[in-house]
Design a protein around this ligand. Structure first.
Ligand SMILES: [Zn+2]
Length: 416
């Protein structure tokens, strides 16, 4: 069959196409001009006489090659339309939805032609970059998850400066943080419905595998994301804090400042996940987070660091990671990770994923860690719950009219 086709095409006299002109790689913007000083001389010449106009045109033509700009602009517009609807102040319940072809940053009322900014009081407030760039960051982050999209990647792909790329990423993180709140509410509601009259057997030594088989499995755990190395501590040992908390603080003699990140994870098997940057593992720190995310009847599985949950969450069970073996031959018990169907592997698995992915960032300061964690959790939840659920949630609530502007400053955590 293949041979036949080939013969047929050769009979027709298929011509071998050649590239019209021998174009230089530098015109495709993927290779620098070979001789640096010569190009500089050319540039100066073109600035003088403006002779080289066609050359600059070709390079700008190829600048965003492979990026479907209209597609990403559509995505940005859909985000603004779905999550940041604006109402006309003059007409009742009239949502502004009339576009102006020459001004993508404006939106009008189709009845009275009231005109206002599309971007004001949204995460894109006063954004000077083209609209499609936000859509690009949103789309790429979503399809590349769990691999993270770093600012350097954004800056190189979009041909913008690192600073602009970082600010664009911050805008996306603010958007993600805002949407994550809705995922929290959706999850809380679902768990409340599922576990309204749920009870685990009161005896903690009964196997609950069967009981939990058809239910959501919820785990909580803490892990250190970035830690203060011995080098950062200038070779000192840590005394002030105990356990995992110790490794995120500098030694007292160096100021005792927090430089690492401690992450608290609440994860549902095959479902949403929530990360929080916490300064320590005390009940007063973790308690409010758990209370905010999980209804009181939720079965919660953790390691032994959550003894204070006893008596509050009656369906809380923990597994002893330090269980010693009864036999003299072994040090640890075989069932120290999972006993009677109780384990915290769902949280551990998510933390493994988080640590692997965050390797690309190298380091984030604890102040900004919440933004990064929110972004990661949002992307994971968007994959599990979907974006349409958010739109529904938005429609349930009233459409916002006034100014409610989130800034990164509102999400940045202050650590003692
Ligand atoms: Zn109007």
């Amino acid at each position: 069959m293949q041979n036949f086709n080939r013969e047929k095409s050769s009979k027709k006299g298929l011509q071998i196409q050649t590239i019209e002109e021998a174009q230089q790689w530098s015109k495709f913007v993927i290779s620098p001009v070979t001789i640096a000083h010569k190009s500089r001389a050319q540039k100066e010449k073109s600035e003088d006489g403006k002779k080289n106009k066609s050359a600059t045109n070709t390079s700008s033509k190829f600048k965003h090659a492979g990026i479907r700009i209209e597609f990403f602009e559509q995505i940005t517009k859909k985000i603004l339309h779905d999550f940041y609807k604006k109402k006309c102040p003059h007409c009742e319940n009239q949502i502004l939805d009339k576009e102006i072809s020459t001004r993508p940053d404006l939106i009008r009322c189709r009845v009275c032609h009231y005109q206002t900014s599309r971007l004001a009081y949204t995460p894109l407030h006063q954004c000077k970059l083209p609209l499609w760039m936000f859509g690009y960051v949103f789309y790429e982050s979503l399809i590349q998850h769990p691999k993270v999209l770093t600012s350097i990647e954004i800056s190189k792909r979009l041909g913008i400066s690192y600073k602009a790329a970082l600010l664009l990423k911050r805008r996306f993180q603010v958007f993600a943080s805002e949407q994550l709140d809705k995922y929290k509410q959706i999850t809380f509601k679902l768990l409340e419905d599922e576990f309204r009259d749920f009870n685990l057997p009161p005896n903690e030594n009964t196997n609950i595998t069967k009981k939990m088989a058809k239910h959501s499995y919820i785990c909580a755990d803490t892990a250190v994301l970035y830690s203060a190395s011995a080098r950062a501590n200038k070779g000192r040992k840590r005394f002030r804090h105990s356990g995992a908390t110790a490794s995120i603080y500098l030694s007292d003699k160096l100021g005792g400042k927090q430089i690492g990140t401690l992450v608290h994870t609440i994860a549902i098997k095959g479902g949403p996940v929530f990360f929080h940057s916490v300064p320590n593992q005390k009940a007063n720190t973790l308690g409010p987070i758990i209370k905010e995310h999980l209804p009181i009847r939720t079965p919660l599985f953790t390691d032994q660091g959550y003894r204070w949950l006893w008596g509050i969450y009656r369906n809380h069970r923990s597994v002893n990671h330090n269980a010693k073996s009864k036999e003299g031959r072994y040090r640890w018990a075989r069932n120290r990770w999972s006993k009677h169907g109780v384990h915290s592997q769902v949280a551990e698995g998510n933390q493994r994923l988080l640590k692997t992915s965050f390797g690309a960032y190298c380091y984030t300061t604890p102040e900004y860690s919440t933004l990064y964690l929110n972004e990661f959790a949002f992307l994971k939840n968007a994959k599990v719950i979907g974006l349409d659920a958010l739109v529904q949630k938005e429609e349930e609530g009233s459409v916002r009219i006034g100014a409610r502007l989130y800034l990164p400053q509102h999400i940045i955590q202050k650590f003692p």
